[in-house]
Design a protein around this ligand. Structure first.
Ligand SMILES: NC(=O)c1ccc[n+]([C@@H]2O[C@H](COP(=O)([O-])OP(=O)(O)OC[C@H]3O[C@@H](n4cnc5c(N)ncnc54)[C@H](O)[C@@H]3O)[C@@H](O)[C@H]2O)c1
Length: 250
């Protein structure tokens, strides 16, 4: 494989499962050194052992200091920082009346504020050298509602607002984009299905509702994440790209 991220250093949040893990593996294969962010110690240590030139830094992305530590570790270990793949996310399920204020805040923090925290500390370093790249993992939930997903939909829509703001403020040195996946086969989609009366049927329906009649795989998403982090996409910034088997138009 062509080493499209050779000599680059990246941070991937939510790297211990699902799409984050696939993104970390794709970036590694493309030659990047990585800071792997996640909460699960066993899976994080295992991934760091699997991916040469990577360091697992366990912690909670809602913690402001932890975000600073991710950036500081990249600079200490590798002396530079080029890519942020801000992928960590939660669902925060419940309708507006039943949803606790705590879950609302936790969801907004994880899916939105953590992007601000990590970007805030990383941008001065991303501006150095040839320039940096920020990639936000949003969702088609940024564009449409889903039952019992008010905090999720609101946080994902707001993450696109922040993405555009960052793209405008830090161009031309830093490119900032978002991917908006549809139903992808990760642990999260099964958690999401619980919000529906018939969870198994909900996932099957989501699959059948895609124009391409299949769920996405973490690897489908990682390929787009690699393209957007690499020089192959050097004229793309401020974009929110759906990658959803066409479900948004179904
Ligand atoms: N699976 C889907 O169908 C789908 C669709 C659209 C968007 N997404 C988005 O894709 C991203 C990745 O999700 P996934 O589907 O791979 O699910 P996943 O549950 O496998 O991955 C989410 C990751 O985020 C981490 N995370 C959550 N809260 C955290 C916190 N406070 N601190 C640190 N890490 C935290 C989790 O530990 C996990 O590793 C999420 O932002 C999600 O909203 C998923």
């Amino acid at each position: 494989m062509e080493l499209k991220l050779n000599n680059k250093v990246g941070i991937v949040t939510g790297a211990t499962s699902g799409m984050g893990k696939a993104i970390a593996e794709a970036y590694h294969e493309a030659g990047a050194s990585l800071i792997l962010s996640g909460r699960n110690l066993e899976r994080g240590n295992q991934l760091a052992a699997q991916l040469e030139n990577s360091v697992f830094v366990p912690g909670d992305v809602n913690d402001v200091d932890y975000n600073q530590k991710l950036v500081a570790t990249a600079m200490d270990k590798f002396g530079r920082l080029d890519i942020l793949s801000l992928n960590a996310g939660i669902l925060g399920l419940g309708n507006v009346v039943d949803l606790s204020v705590e879950t609302w805040r936790d969801t907004i923090d994880t899916n939105l504020s953590s992007i601000f925290y990590c970007s805030k500390f990383a941008i001065p370093f991303l501006q150095e050298g040839e320039g940096g790249n920020i990639l936000i993992n949003a969702s088609i939930a940024a564009f449409k509602s889903f039952p019992n997903h008010p905090a999720y939909c609101a946080s994902k829509a707001a993450s696109l607002g922040l993405m555009k703001q960052l793209a405008v403020e830090y161009a031309p040195k830093i490119r900032v984009n978002a991917i908006c996946p549809g139903p992808v086969d990760t642990p999260l989609i099964w958690d999401s299905a619980i919000a529906f009366d018939q969870p198994e049927e909900a996932v099957e329906n989501a699959k059948n509702a895609t124009l391409l009649k299949r769920l996405g795989t973490p690897e489908d998403i990682a390929k787009l994440a690699l393209f957007l982090a690499s020089e192959d996409s050097s004229w793309i910034t401020g974009s929110a790209m759906t990658i959803d088997g066409g479900i948004i138009n179904a």
